[in-house]
Every structure is written in structure tokens, then in C-alpha cells.
Design a binder for this molecule. Structure first.
Ligand code: FSX
Ligand code: SF4
Ligand code: F3S
Length: 368
């Protein structure tokens, strides 16, 4: 099977269904909805997607296609018609440009525009040009006929690393420029490819945007904090912290809060969905979360700086208690299904806590 980008892929029926099942669970939908999601993914008229690259590292595309989940890339490319994508296209130059303009013309009002990277606005946008056109002009003309825009990655969502002070090129996110189109932000540096896939599938299944938070992110993926699902959370609650990289606490899997973990103020599904189909995510391999889905944390706060916790939320693995404020993200059952479907090892956190000695020296509780 191939798309207009020339990317060839093959996907088995089993892998296709597995990808749809994971996406269905991630969206917080019941298992009974799987048939509807699969039907939308298999519809003969595949939605046309134009994918533009601006100021960024191409990590969003790379993480989608070059990592250990070629299956997911194949499922995505089997679900959409990727009509223009500079990293993947076999064609180049005028041929490629023509393909994009033909697709925009033929699918006016019906295509998705995916934007990866920030848009420089200073000095009339001269700091990023493709085919002689500035990023701002390319974005405006491609956005004009789009049904909806997906800003993939933190750069396209909020400006990302380019927008860090003094922001020499005046880099901004898509929503700072385009005001008259539905825009879904899928931040992360890079974001989890399943979040992107689920966003597309939600739109195809229900013909509407998923519920978004005040930063334009789908609630199904960004409705809960990292801290609520983290396997190190029992250590946080017990006051067991790594104090330095490589110390005993770090080696034993203690909480990384004192090393600057931004999990308590970062909204994302990383501990549940994880990355690369191997059950890993930053905190699981010993690095604090750096808040890569948040506009004011990533690259704008030092990795080592401890965050203030103003709105403590309980660990999702504990028995439910009424704290007078319900999270709007997926419930515990959905979380469990996502974990199962993705092969995530959520039980590892509980086992780690169980295997710890009953008394520990460090009883500090930073959140009280
Ligand atoms: Fe890179 Fe994407 Fe970070 Fe940005 O991801 S992974 S710099 S969010 O736009 O390519
Ligand atoms: Fe996990 Fe970070 Fe929260 Fe500690 S502070 S429990 S490492 S998310
Ligand atoms: Fe990003 Fe934190 Fe997840 S750094 S990848 S939001 S764990």
C-alpha cells in the first residue's frame, strides 16, 4: 500500500485492529465502540492530509515513523491519504509543490492540515522559507481550505524551543496566527504517536473535534496529570526521594520530585500510554518529566527546578476518594484498558512499592 508521499507500508489485519483498539481505549471509549472506530478508519474515502514542516527538529515525524513501532506508522498511513509531507515524499521541487496545490484544490474544505514546527513572525517571517514562501504565508494559504488543523508537537502548539526568550525570530504557535479554523493541539516534544492517531480517528468516527482543554489539547490524552498515574507515586506519598542522579534512592526507583520532576503540574498520558511499544517513558528510565506538553515549562524552567504543587491530586491506583473535584480525563477502567492494550507495566509500580523495606530513612514530604 502506498500514499502520495511514496511511503510504502504493509499492515496485517491483526495489527490494524490492535492499533484501532489502543486508540479506542485511549479516547476513553467503551470496547463496544471499536466496530465504529474500525469502520471509520477503513472508510474508502481516506481523508487527505497536508503536513507542513516549519521551525523544529522533525522529531515528531521521526518518532512516528522511525522508532520501534513501524506498525503504528503503517496503520496511520493506511487510514489517511498523506498527500504532502516533506520528510517522506519521494518527489521534490516543483513536482512536490504541485502535488500539494492539487490536493488543496481538489479537497477544499475537507482536508486536515497538520503543522509541525513553530512559525517565525519577526521581520515579515523571513527566518523560515520553503519554496520561496515564508512559513506564515504557507500556513495561511494551506489553512484557508482546511477542515481542521492539528498542531503536532510543542513547537506548532505554542512555539516550543524557538520561542524561548529572547525569541530572536518571533516564533509562535499555529493558534497565534490562524484564528478562524478549528485547531487541535497535540503537544509533546515529541508527542506520543498514539495521541496523534487517536485524534484523527476521533474526528473520523464522530465527525467532530474531541473535547479540548483550555490549551486546545484533547481531554482524553491531556486530561490528567503525569503525577496521577506515575509508578513512582507511592514513593512520593511515602516521602522517598532520589536526591541525586545515581544515588541509592535513584537506583531504587524513588520519586524524582527533588530532581525537578514536573509531573505534578504536567498534563499528559505518558505513564499510561508510554513510548516505543516497550513500556518506557522518561520517568520510568530515571529522568524527571520536563513538562514537554506544557507551554510555560518546557525549556522555560530549568530541569532541576522544583515545581510548587498548588492542586494536589490523588494517585489513580488508590481506592477512589471524594476530593470534591473530579478529573475530566479517562476513568480508571479506561486507563487500565489502555495499559493492557499498550502492554504497559503499571503493576510494576505497585510491585516496586511492595518490595521496599517497611521503614526508610527519608520521610520528607515535599507536598505538605
Ligand atoms: Fe522536535 Fe516536532 Fe520537539 Fe518541536 O516535535 S521533538 S522540537 S515539539 O516540532 O520535531
Ligand atoms: Fe512520578 Fe514525578 Fe510525581 Fe515523583 S514527582 S511521583 S517521579 S510524576
Ligand atoms: Fe514529556 Fe513529561 Fe511525558 S517530559 S514525554 S510530558 S513524561
Amino acid at each position: 500500500m502506498s500514499t502520495n508521499t511514496g511511503f510504502h507500508n504493509e499492515v496485517s489485519r491483526r495489527d490494524f485492529l490492535k492499533g484501532c483498539m489502543t486508540a479506542t481505549a485511549m479516547m476513553g471509549l467503551p470496547y463496544s465502540m471499536l466496530g465504529k472506530v474500525v469502520a471509520a478508519a477503513e472508510a474508502p474515502n481516506k481523508p487527505s492530509v497536508i503536513w507542513l514542516h516549519f521551525q523544529e527538529c522533525t522529531g515528531c515525524t521521526e518518532s512516528l515513523l522511525r522508532s520501534s513501532h513501524p506498525t503504528l506508522a503503517s496503520v496511520i498511513l493506511d487510514t489517511i491519504s498523506l498527500d504532502y509531507q516533506e520528510t517522506l515524499m519521494a518527489g521534490s521541487g516543483e513536482l512536490a509543490e504541485r502535488a500539494m496545490h492539487d490536493s488543496i484544490k481538489a479537497n477544499k474544505g475537507n482536508y486536515f492540515l497538520v503543522v509541525e514546527g513553530a512559525i517565525p513572525t519577526k521581520d515579515n517571517g523571513i527566518y523560515c522559507k520553503v519554496a520561496g514562501k515564508t512559513a506564515i504565508d504557507s500556513l495561511r494559504s494551506a489553512a484557508d481550505g482546511a477542515a481542521a488543523i492539528i498542531s503536532i508537537g510543542t513547537c506548532a502548539s505554542y512555539g516550543g524551543i524557538q520561542s524561548v526568550a529572547p525569541n530572536p525570530t518571533g516564533a509562535v504557535g499555529v493558534r497565534d496566527i490562524i484564528k478562524n479554523k478549528p485547531i487541535i493541539n497535540v503537544p509533546g516534544c515529541p508527542p506520543n504517536p498514539y495521541t496523534f492517531f487517536s485524534t484523527i480517528l476521533y474526528y473520523l468516527t464522530f465527525k467532530k473535534l474531541p473535547e479540548l482543554d483550555n490549551l486546545g489539547r484533547p481531554m482524553f490524552a491531556y486530561g490528567r496529570k503525569i503525577h496521577e498515574h506515575c509508578e513512582r507515586r507511592p514513593h512520593f506519598d511515602a516521602g522517598r526521594f532520589a536526591k541525586a542522579y545515581g544515588d541509592d534512592g535513584h537506583a531504587q526507583g524513588y520519586c524524582l520530585y527533588q530532581l525537578g520532576c514536573k509531573g505534578p503540574v504536567t498534563y499528559a498520558n505518558c505513564p499510561v500510554q508510554r513510548f516505543n511499544d516497550v513500556g518506557a517513558w522518561p520517568v520510568s528510565i530515571g529522568h524527571p518529566c520536563i513538562g514537554c506538553t506544557e507551554p510555560d515549562i518546557l525549556f522555560k524552567t530549568s530541569i532541576a527546578e522544583k515545581v510548587q504543587i498548588h492542586d494536589p491530586t490523588p494517585f489513580d491506583g488508590y481506592a477512589p476518594i471524594d476530593i470534591g473535584k473530579k478529573g475530566k480525563g479517562p476513568d480508571a477502567l479506561t486507563t487500565a484498558i489502555v495499559g493492557l492494550a499498550a502492554g504497559a507495566a503499571l503493576g510494576a509500580g505497585a510491585m516496586m512499592a511492595k518490595n521496599l523495606p517497611a521503614s526508610v530513612d527519608d520521610k520528607e514530604k515535599q507536598h505538605k
